[in-house]
Ligand binder design. Structure first.
Ligand code: URA
Length: 239
């Protein structure tokens, strides 16, 4: 791996902006292989040298992986001229070139994976991989047996082909039915269009899972955290 300036390495690992890091370095906040290093220009090998910053070891990670609890009212894009984006919520996150893996509608909440690992995104989004996504959906009810059967058979939502079979699980039936819907594709407005195709309507939508990832219910809407080692392992990303 090529050598990097110490200030760039620390900034890339999310320890602050380059200028913040430089100020801290001047105060003696970092050691390289046990010796205090005040020079931001010091060249280090991120995979070999041991860097400690503000008392904590900083290990090199090639890619960054975050779970965001997307709130309503933000768009799943990296930038937008008018709207607030999910990336606007990621202030302080390490990693260059972060992007959301897939899209949730502006009014949909819940699990969104944010990363800069393009290969992982490809694996999760590839139509042939059929990665399951489960949504907590409030539907204009009541939900009928026919609806459940229609979902299981594959609903025609007006595309060239009907959608693949999906699970519709009723948690609480009524005029505002609480359901869990599991789909294995990612078509545009898919759940909303499926609900409409069976004579219902989505009143609220929250994504709970994507493949092996499950939304951490301790994570308030609008906040994020790095994926745990177990979560990264479940996604098959190397450490
Ligand atoms: N299906 C939808 O209709 N909207 C979403 O945001 C996600 C799935």
């Amino acid at each position: 791996m090529s050598m990097l300036r110490l200030d760039k390495f620390l900034a890339d690992m999310g320890k602050g902006t380059r200028s913040e890091v430089r100020r801290e370095l001047k105060k003696g906040a970092a050691t390289v292989n046990g010796a205090t290093e005040k020079s931001p220009e010091r060249k280090i090998d991120p995979q070999k040298d041991q860097i400690v910053y503000r008392g904590e070891p900083v290990s090199y990670q090639k890619y960054a992986y975050y779970m965001l609890h997307k709130p309503a009212g933000v768009v799943s894009a990296t930038e937008d001229r008018r709207e607030k984006t999910v990336l606007d919520l990621m202030k302080g996150a390490a990693g260059k070139g972060l992007f959301p893996v897939g899209r949730l509608d502006k009014d949909t909440t819940g699990l969104l994976l944010i990363t800069n690992d393009g290969e992982l995104a490809h694996r999760l989004l590839h139509p042939g991989k059929h990665v399951e996504k489960t949504y907590l959906a409030t539907l204009a009810g009541p939900v009928t047996e026919e609806m459940i059967e229609a979902f299981a058979a594959g609903v025609d939502i007006g595309d060239e082909k009907p959608v693949l079979p999906a699970r519709l699980l009723v948690r609480e039936n009524g005029a505002q039915a609480q359901t869990e819907i599991t789909i294995c594709e990612g078509r545009y407005h898919q759940v909303k269009r499926m609900a409409e195709a069976v004579g219902s309507r989505v009143l609220a939508l929250k994504r709970l899972t994507m493949g092996p990832l499950r939304l951490d219910e301790d994570l308030p809407a609008g906040s994020w955290r790095p994926l745990t080692r177990e979560e990264r392992k479940a996604l098959g990303t190397e450490d």
